[in-house]
Design a protein around this ligand. Sequence first.
Ligand code: SF4
Length: 244
Amino acid sequence: MAADSAIKRFLAEEIEVFGGPIYHPGTDDLPKTNEGHSVKHVVRTENEQPGRFASDLTQFNQEISGCQNCALGASRTKFVFGVGDPNADLMLIGEAPGRDEDLRGEPFVGRAGQLLDKILAAIDLNRDEVFIANVLKCRPPNNRDPLPAEVEQCEPYLWHQIELIKPKLIVALGRIAAMTLLKVEDTLKNMRLQEYTYQGVDLRVTYHPAALLRNSNFKRPAWEDFQKIRDLYLAKRKGAGIGV
Ligand code: SF4
């Protein structure tokens, strides 16, 4: 029945975005990002071997684009390295390529990518000024969540991208990306309230644009997140004497 399936879809979306507890965002009740929370630091446990990968981002892409270190290498259509400014101050990270990304070889394309472009434009940025990537560089079948073994193989590539790009701020897009990066099991609602660092870089968590397409209730809190992200990004650039 149509009503039943609509309810089931709504509940599934709530779980996907907010985790186990169902929480219906009457938007006025949504918690605001709390600047006063303690900062949680996430660093890799093993040091990357110095000189293991190319010291130039384009060369690094070429170096790993044929990777077959996990089973996703065999099922991908295209390897998805990431796009944007190799010296970007802001890096946006999702969990893994989806169908459109796998076909195009570029992260965040299709409707969700177009919405991300609009969000960036609303904070006076475009995708050429930031760097957009995923934790996994190849698409998991049927867009399932990344497996721990896949993350273990692929995450060192992301570490090296961060080392080369040297962003001042990282934004994790969506609950799965955030949990994968931060090695925590938590709700998006909670993670949005926290301040993290990842590989020594400040990290904040917000919605995946696909979630905003599925549930317009998330647009307002997402906009609040991105306003804070913009302020933090500008403050960091100003602190570094950039664009002042
Ligand atoms: S997902 Fe990462 S580790 Fe697996 S094949 Fe693709 S690039 Fe290699």
